[in-house]
Design a protein around this ligand. Structure first.
Ligand SMILES: Cc1cc2nc3c(=O)[nH]c(=O)nc-3n(C[C@H](O)[C@H](O)[C@H](O)COP(=O)(O)OP(=O)(O)OC[C@H]3O[C@@H](n4cnc5c(N)ncnc54)[C@H](O)[C@@H]3O)c2cc1C
Length: 405
């Protein structure tokens, strides 16, 4: 009898998983369920080229529209799965329909947080996660004028600020910490990004919280904890995401996401999780990590598919991500902690450098800024766990490949 594999969450991880099932020759039924009215697409362009109107609507999709039917995948978009019935091995959709599974993958991603502020529900207050969110903000960027207030100087906030400035908007970024990206990158690199934005004319209000968003019917001003009032035409809240564990809560083991082992198996037989929602027992880093980045979803999806097929797989890639702001491109690999020491190869002032995070003489992460074709070596260093010679690591006359070898 043919078996049915159900995937809930039609984003990057879910989309890649169904592609892999077919590539691996699985000829049973595949059902991909997604709450958004979209086939799987990638989100990074939504704060970058797509937001600025430089990429067509068709650009971010993983596959052509016909691919799913052509490959025998039942794609059900605009439908939310409401609950999992483990004993019946079925997913219950909104409206009560049951979809039985032999194997189930949860790739439900993450939901953007909204600060519970007075005025947070006014028109013109956006978060940015979906095509629909990006379309709404893009309409303002297309006009090329107006004032955008960005709450939160994490990756999404910084990228939206950069795109809006590039389109000619006035931009104010309001961030409670003293520097942008401080928690992920630390003070030296936070200062680097602050200066990048300031040089482009972004007003950075740092060390400042937000008390309220005000306006009659729509957002017209942001009132800060420092007593400032910033007039604006729209607000983007980039204050982080939370893993979407609604289906798993009370059914599977969860703790900051759905707990999975090295092979992406959850606590229930035949149920797997991948992407932003999965809190993974990493076999190389020897700790649990939940990664909210594109490459993790791209690469865990296929590994989850192989695990569903019964193959003996583990996911062991070190975390990797990238960001583009103005003409500053970066890639980061590894998993540094806030108290790791940071050393530089090349000068931060030149705008072309590599930062390394070190713990006990070992590289925990590295970030190349406007230096290319080196990230593979950074990944090797972050994986190896071997002590490095810091003089050679930071000496631009020594090839990084040699240090990594
Ligand atoms: C604007 C933006 C820019 C980004 N830029 C970068 C970048 O430059 N570099 C980088 O590394 N990463 C970036 N990311 C992060 C990256 O896009 C995510 O890590 C990635 O999308 C995670 O993929 P996923 O498949 O796990 O989840 P998602 O892409 O979130 O997909 C999950 C899907 O599941 C659906 N779903 C949830 N619950 C249910 C349910 N009960 N029933 C049905 N469907 C459900 C959701 O609606 C969603 O469509 C960016 C993210 C955003 C939003």
């Amino acid at each position: 009898m043919s078996s049915t594999f159900v995937i809930v969450g039609a984003g990057m991880a879910g989309g890649k998983a169904v592609e892999t099932l077919r590539e691996e020759g699985f000829d049973g039924d595949v059902v991909l369920i997604g709450a958004e009215p979209e086939r799987p697409y990638e989100r990074p362009p939504l704060s970058k080229d797509y937001l600025r109107g430089e990429t067509e609507r068709s650009g971010p999709y993983l596959q052509e529209e016909g691919w799913y039917a052509d490959n025998g995948v039942t794609l059900r978009t605009g439908v939310r799965a409401e609950r999992i019935d483990l004993s019946a091995r079925a997913v219950v959709l909104e409206g009560g329909e049951q979809v039985a599974y032999d194997r189930l993958l949860l790739s439900t991603g993450a939901q953007p947080k909204r600060l519970p502020l007075p005025g947070a529900d006014l028109d013109g207050v956006h978060v940015l996660r979906t095509f629909a969110d990006s379309d709404a903000i893009r309409a303002m960027l297309e006009r090329g004028s107006g004032h955008l207030a960005v709450i939160g100087a994490g990756w999404i906030g910084c990228e939206v600020a950069a795109s809006a400035r590039q389109k000619g908007l006035d931009v104010t970024v309001i961030e409670p910490l003293e520097l942008p990206l401080l928690r992920v990158l630390g003070p030296d690199l936070g200062a680097f990004y602050r200066d990048v934005h300031a040089a482009q004319g972004v007003k950075m209000l740092l060390g400042t919280g937000v008390e309220a968003i005000e306006g009659s019917g729509r957002a017209e001003r942001v009132r800060t904890s420092g007593g400032d009032t910033i007039d604006c035409d729209a607000v983007v809240m980039g204050v982080g995401v939370a893993p979407d564990i609604a289906l798993a809560d009370g059914v599977l083991d969860v703790d900051n996401g759905i707990l999975v082992d090295a092979g992406l198996r959850t606590s229930a037989d035949g149920v797997f999780a991948a992407g932003d929602v999965a809190n993974h027992d990493h076999p190389v880093l020897r700790e649990r990590i939940r990664v909210e980045h594109w490459a993790n979803a791209l690469e865990q999806g296929p590994v989850a598919a192989r695990a569903m097929l019964g193959q003996d797989v583990v996911y062991d890639k070190v975390p990797y991500f990238f960001s583009d702001q103005y003409d500053v491109g970066m890639e980061y690999a590894g998993n540094a902690r806030p108290d790791d020491e940071v050393v530089f190869r090349g000068s931060v002032g030149s705008g072309e450098f590599i930062a390394f995070w070190l713990r006990g003489g070992r590289v925990t992460a590295g970030m190349n800024v406007n230096v290319w074709d080196v990230n593979e070596h950074i990944q090797e260093l972050a994986r190896s766990g071997a002590e490095v010679d810091r003089k050679r690591l930071t000496d631009t006359d020594v090839e990084l490949a040699e240090v990594a070898a």
